[in-house]
Design a binder for this molecule. Structure first.
Ligand code: SF4
Ligand code: SF4
Length: 198
C-alpha cells in the first residue's frame, strides 16, 4: 500500500509538472509577472503551478485588507497638505495596545490649541492591525493601508512612524479603497444637503 501511495504522489507531481508547461504554452509566456497571469493561477480550476512568485509577483489584496494605519490629508490646489485629523484623540483612546501618541497643535500667536496635530506617532510594531482607529475616527482622517512591505533591520529608528511617514493624500486613499471612499463622499454630500435644507 505504501508503495502505491508514493507512486500516486509522484504521479500528481509529474502531472503538475507537465500541466505547467501546457498552461505556459496556452498563455504564450504571459502567465507570469502580469495581472492576468496571476489571476489565472488564483482560479480554483487552474492547472500546473499555482504559486505566486513573491516578491517579483504580488497577490492582489481585497479592498478591506488592512495593515498599518495612515493619516489622510486633503490636497490643496497648490500642493499644500491639509490634515483631516483634528487631534480629537478618539483613535488613541480606542486603540487596544495603546500605540498611538498625538500632540495637539497650538496657535503660534495665541498659544491656544488648534484642531490639528503637531505630532502624531504610531508604533507599527505594536499595532495589531485591528482597524479600530479607522472605524472610530469621526473625520475619516485615519485609514488602514494596504502596504505590507515594511520590514526593517532597525525597529527603533524606522518603525515608530511620525506624522510625515503616516500622511498620505486622499487620492491614495481613493485608489486603494474606492468603494469606501465613494460611500463616504456620498454620505458627506447627503449630510451637507440636509444641513442646507434645514
Ligand atoms: S485620526 Fe481621527 S480619531 Fe484620531 S485624533 Fe485624528 S481626527 Fe481624532
Ligand atoms: S489598527 Fe488597531 S492597534 Fe493599530 S493603531 Fe489602529 S487601533 Fe491601534
Amino acid at each position: 500500500m505504501n508503495g502505491l501511495g508514493i507512486f500516486r504522489g509522484l504521479w500528481i507531481t509529474f502531472k503538475h509538472f507537465v500541466d505547467t508547461y501546457v498552461e505556459d504554452l496556452t498563455y504564450r509566456g504571459k502567465r507570469y509577472n502580469n495581472p492576468k497571469g496571476i489571476q489565472c493561477r488564483l482560479k480554483g480550476d487552474t492547472r500546473g503551478i499555482f504559486t505566486i512568485q513573491y516578491p517579483e509577483e504580488k497577490m492582489p489584496v481585497p479592498e478591506e485588507f488592512r495593515f498599518v494605519p495612515f493619516l489622510v490629508y486633503e490636497e490643496g490646489p497648490n500642493g499644500e497638505k491639509k490634515q483631516r485629523c483634528t487631534s480629537c484623540g478618539i483613535c488613541a483612546k480606542v486603540c487596544p495596545p495603546q500605540c498611538i501618541w498625538i500632540v495637539r497643535g497650538t496657535d503660534p500667536n495665541t498659544g491656544r490649541p488648534v484642531p490639528e496635530p503637531s505630532e502624531f506617532y504610531i508604533d507599527v510594531d505594536i499595532c495589531m492591525n485591528c482597524g479600530l482607529c479607522a472605524e472610530y475616527c469621526p473625520f475619516d482622517a485615519i485609514k488602514m493601508d494596504h502596504d505590507y512591505e515594511i520590514s526593517t533591520a532597525d525597529r527603533m529608528k524606522n518603525n515608530i512612524y511620525d506624522i510625515d511617514k503616516l500622511s498620505k493624500p486622499v487620492s491614495y486613499y481613493a485608489s486603494i479603497r474606492p468603494v469606501n471612499y465613494a460611500r463616504e463622499v456620498a454620505a458627506r454630500a447627503e449630510k451637507a444637503s440636509k444641513k442646507a435644507a434645514a
